[in-house]
Design a protein around this ligand. Structure first.
Ligand SMILES: [Fe+2]
Length: 456
C-alpha cells in the first residue's frame, strides 16, 4: 500500500502529460505592483555616486568596467586596491572615468561614468571607492579565476526583472544564495518604457534598486525588447539609447561591432550574448560576427558553451509564442554543429526547461518540421520570471509538448554551478520558497567532453 500512497502524492505534485512536467504549483493570481519611486532616493551627500554596477571588462576576466551616475558633471575616478594584500603599504590605484549623458524626450540623464580597471589579478578580492571627499562610497568585487577547463564557477540567472515588489523578492532571494559569483541577465531591465513617455527616471530607480548586487558582482548584460526605447512619436528615433549609454559591455574584446552582441570567457565557460532585436539575417553584422565567433571557441580551454538571448526559441507558453522563430531558423544549425550546452532566454514571464532537441532537418520540402531529441543540441531555458510589472505568463499550451521538460508559471531565479569540464548542477528557485528549496534541478553533462544523455 505504501507505494500506492507515494504514487498518489507524486500525482498530486505534478501533472503528467505526453511531454515533461507541468508544475502544479499555483502562484496566487495577483498583479505585480511597482515599488514607489520614493523608495529609491539618491544616496545622501553632495554629488554622491549612485546606480553603481560592474561587468567584466575584457575577454579573459582580468578587467572590470565600473559604471555609476552623479547628478553633477565632474571628472570621476575609481580608486581601488586589493582587499587582502600581503604588503600593507600597497599603493592604491586610480582609473579615470569617461563621462556621458543623454536626453530622452523631456528627461536629461545625470552624468554617467564608465571606468575600466585593467590588469587585475585573478581570483582576488578588490575594494573600490567612488566619489569626492568627503562624499565617497566603497564597494568590493572578486575577480574570476584564470580561464581553464576544470575551473569551477557559479552563475546566477535572472531575466525580465523590472522593479516591483516581486522583482525585489527575486533579487533578495538570489542575493541570499552565497554561491552566485556573476549573474547572467537575459534582458528587460527597468521596464521604463511601460510608463508615460518612457519615463527615464525609472532607469535611475532601477539602477538604484539593483545596486545591492550589481555593485558587488558582474552582471553579464543582454538587451531585451524593453531596452529598445524606439519612440518616434515623441521624437526618439535612436534604438537602445538609454541602455547603451548606461550599460557598457566589452564588445570590442570579441571583435564585435556592437554592444548588443559579444562574448566573454569566464573560468571554464564561454558566454555568447546575442541580440533578438538587431538584424540577424545573412550578411548582417550580427550574423557575420557569430559565423566567425563559433569556430573561435576552444572547448579544451572553455568546455562550457553558453548562449544568452532574449526571445526564446523553444517555449510552450501562449505568450510571445514563436517570436524567436526567425532567429532560430537562422542560427540553430550552428548551435547544433558547435554543440552549445545551454541557451538562456527571457521574454516569457514564466519558467521552462527543454529537453535536448533540435529542429534543423526541415527544408520546406521534406515535411520534417518536428523537434526531435538531439544529443548535440542545447537545453533551452526560459527564465523571464523576474517579476516585472507586466505580471505572470500563466497560459501554457496544452498538452505539454514532448520537447518541454519542466514548466511553471511563477517568479524565480536559477543557479548554474559548473563543477568541472563534464558536469554542472543547475537549480531553479521559486520566490515563495526559501533559497535552499529547489523547484527544478538537473545535472547537465558537457556536450564536448561528456555528451551522454542526462537523466532528469
Ligand atoms: Fe521581453
Amino acid at each position: 500500500m505504501w507505494f500506492l500512497a507515494i504514487f498518489f502524492v507524486l500525482m498530486h505534485i505534478v501533472e503528467l502529460s505526453n511531454g515533461g512536467v507541468t508544475s502544479n504549483y499555483v502562484r496566487k493570481p495577483e498583479p505585480s505592483v511597482d515599488m514607489p519611486i520614493e523608495m529609491f532616493p539618491p544616496p545622501a551627500g553632495h554629488n554622491a555616486p549612485e546606480q553603481v554596477h560592474i561587468t567584466q571588462g575584457d575577454h579573459e576576466g582580468r578587467s572590470m568596467i565600473i559604471s555609476w551616475v552623479t547628478p553633477l558633471k565632474h571628472h570621476g575616478a575609481v580608486i581601488y586596491w586589493e582587499a587582502e594584500a600581503k604588503d600593507s603599504n600597497q599603493k592604491k590605484c586610480k582609473v579615470r572615468s569617461r563621462n556621458t549623458s543623454y536626453k530622452y524626450h523631456n528627461y536629461t540623464s545625470g552624468h554617467i561614468h564608465h571606468a575600466t580597471i585593467k590588469g587585475l589579478k585573478h581570483d582576488t578580492k578588490y575594494v573600490y571607492e567612488l566619489g569626492q571627499h568627503p562624499v565617497t562610497r566603497r564597494f568590493y568585487f572578486t575577480t574570476p579565476p584564470k580561464v581553464g577547463p576544470d575551473v569551477p564557477c557559479t552563475f546566477g540567472v535572472i531575466g525580465d526583472l523590472g522593479q516591483t515588489f516581486d522583482s525585489n523578492q527575486t533579487l533578495e532571494h538570489y542575493i541570499s544564495n552565497p554561491k552566485g559569483q556573476a549573474l547572467l541577465f537575459v534582458g528587460d531591465l527597468s521596464y521604463a518604457d511601460d510608463y508615460p513617455f518612457h519615463n527615464n527616471e525609472r532607469w535611475d530607480t532601477w539602477a538604484r534598486f539593483v545596486e545591492k548586487s550589481t555593485a558587488y558582482q558582474p552582471w553579464i548584460w543582454t538587451a531585451g525588447n524593453h531596452e529598445i526605447d524606439f519612440a518616434p512619436e515623441i521624437g526618439e528615433k535612436i534604438p537602445f539609447k538609454p541602455y547603451t549609454h548606461r550599460y557598457h559591455v566589452p564588445y570590442q574584446a570579441s571583435k564585435s561591432s556592437s554592444p548588443l552582441w559579444y562574448s566573454i570567457k569566464r573560468a571554464s565557460a564561454y558566454i555568447i550574448v546575442l541580440s533578438s532585436y538587431s538584424a540577424y539575417g545573412k550578411y548582417t553584422p550580427q550574423y557575420d560576427w557569430l559565423e566567425q565567433e563559433f569556430p573561435k571557441v576552444n572547448r579544451k580551454e572553455t568546455p562550457w558553451l553558453i548562449v544568452l538571448l532574449h526571445s526564446p526559441w523553444y517555449n510552450s507558453n501562449n505568450y510571445h509564442y514563436m517570436e524567436g522563430e526567425s532567429m532560430r531558423v537562422m542560427f540553430e544549425s550552428w548551435f547544433v554543429q558547435y554543440k552549445v550546452d545551454l541557451v538562456f532566454s527571457g521574454h516569457v514571464h514564466a519558467y521552462e526547461r527543454s529537453e535536448r532537441i533540435s529542429n534543423v532537418r526541415y527544408n520546406i520540402t521534406d515535411g520534417l518540421s518536428t523537434p526531435i531529441k538531439d544529443a548535440s543540441a542545447p537545453v533551452y531555458i526560459t527564465i523571464g520570471d523576474g517579476g516585472n510589472i507586466e505580471g505572470i505568463a500563466n497560459s501554457f499550451t496544452e498538452s505539454q509538448p514532448s520537447y518541454s521538460a519542466y514548466r511553471e508559471a511563477s517568479f524565480g531565479h536559477a543557479i548554474l554551478d559548473i563543477k568541472n569540464r563534464t558536469h554542472a548542477y543547475y537549480t531553479w528557485h521559486r520566490n515563495q520558497d526559501n533559497e535552499p528549496v529547489v523547484a527544478d534541478s538537473t545535472w547537465f553533462f558537457n556536450r564536448y567532453w561528456y555528451p551522454e544523455e542526462e537523466h532528469n
